[in-house]
Design a protein around this ligand. Structure first.
Ligand code: S3P
Length: 171
C-alpha cells in the first residue's frame, strides 16, 4: 500500500494548507487536503455541512475521506484540524510520517479570528480555542512523529523546519 510522504496535522488556521503546498513544491510532489476532498465530494462548504447535518455527520465523512486519502495519496496530505478526534484515524496514522504544526492560543485567535467558515469558533473564539486545544493537544502529540512550532515564523520558515524535522531530501 502507498502512503503519503508527509501527513500534516494541527489546529485550524495553523497554516497546514499553505505549508503543505510549499512542502509539496520543495519535495516535487502533489498536495492534497481532506477538507477539500470533502467539499468536492459533497458539493458544499464545510460550514454548510455542519449547519445542515451537524458535526457528527461531518466527522463520519471526514473519517472516510482521511482513510481514502491515506491509501491513495503519495505526496503531502493535510488533515482537517479535528480529524485526529477519531480513534480509527489515529490508528491509521501510526507508522506514518506525521508532522504536527503547533501554535499557541493567542496566535490562534489572532490568525483565525471570527471566521464564519470555521463553525467551531463562531462564538467566543478565545475560550473555544482554549477548550479545543486542551481536548486535542495530546491527540496531536500522540500521532506526531515531529512537532514544528509555527509561532512567529513565516510559512517558508515553517516549511524548512518541517523538512529538517523529518529529514526528507528535496526534489
Ligand atoms: C475543524 C477544522 C477544519 C474543518 C472543520 C472542523 C476542526 O479544518 O475540518 O471546520 O474540528 O478543527 P482546518 O483545520 O483545515 O481548518
Amino acid at each position: 500500500m502507498s502512503a503519503p510522504l508527509i501527513v500534516l496535522v494541527g489546529p485550524m488556521g495553523v497554516g497546514k494548507s499553505t505549508v503543505g503546498q510549499l512542502l509539496a513544491e520543495r519535495l516535487g510532489t502533489g498536495y492534497r487536503d481532506t477538507d477539500e476532498d470533502i467539499v468536492t465530494a459533497q458539493g458544499r462548504a464545510i460550514a454548510e455541512i455542519f449547519v445542515d447535518e451537524g458535526e457528527a455527520a461531518f466527522r463520519t465523512l471526514e473519517k472516510e475521506a482521511v482513510r481514502t486519502a491515506l491509501a491513495e495519496h503519495e505526496g503531502v496530505l493535510a488533515l482537517g484540524g479535528g480529524a485526529i478526534l477519531d480513534a480509527d484515524t489515529r490508528a491509521l496514522l501510526a507508522g506514518q510520517r506525521v508532522v504536527y504544526l503547533s501554535m499557541d492560543v493567542e496566535e490562534a485567535v489572532k490568525r483565525t479570528g471570527l471566521n464564519a467558515a470555521r463553525p467551531l469558533l463562531a462564538v467566543n473564539p478565545r475560550k473555544q480555542w482554549r477548550e479545543l486545544m486542551e481536548a486535542r493537544r495530546h491527540l496531536y502529540e500522540d500521532v506526531a512523529t515531529a512537532v514544528v512550532a509555527t509561532d512567529g515564523r513565516t510559512p517558508e520558515e515553517v516549511t524548512q523546519a518541517a523538512l529538517e524535522a523529518v529529514e526528507l531530501k528535496e526534489a
